[in-house]
Design a protein around this ligand. Structure first.
Ligand SMILES: [Zn+2]
Length: 81
C-alpha cells in the first residue's frame, strides 16, 4: 500500500495534479483526496475541484495521481509493497 516516507501515513493521500477550486478566496491545496484501506485500495475519494474524469483516472491509476501526503505535505510517497 502507499506510504508517506516522511511521516508514515498510509491512509490518506492527495493529488496536486488535478484541477482544484480556484474561485474561492482560499482554494484547497489539493484537487483530490483519497482514503485507502489496509490493502492499499481506495475506499473513498473527496473531490475538491477535480473533474469526474480526473477522479476516474486517479481511481484507476492511483500512483500516477496521488503524489502528496496531506498530513505532512511531503511528496515522497512509496508505492512499493
Ligand atoms: Zn506524510
Amino acid at each position: 500500500m502507499p506510504r508517506c516516507e516522511s511521516c508514515g501515513n498510509s491512509s490518506v493521500l492527495a493529488s496536486t495534479l488535478t484541477s482544484r477550486q480556484t474561485e474561492t478566496a482560499n482554494p484547497p491545496p489539493y484537487g483530490l483526496l483519497a482514503n485507502f484501506d489496509q490493502e492499499g485500495r481506495i475506499t473513498t475519494m473527496e473531490c475538491q475541484g477535480s473533474s469526474l474524469d480526473e477522479a476516474q483516472a486517479a481511481f484507476e491509476d492511483p500512483p500516477a495521481f496521488f503524489n502528496t501526503c496531506p498530513v505532512c505535505g511531503s511528496g515522497s510517497i512509496n508505492w512499493q509493497n
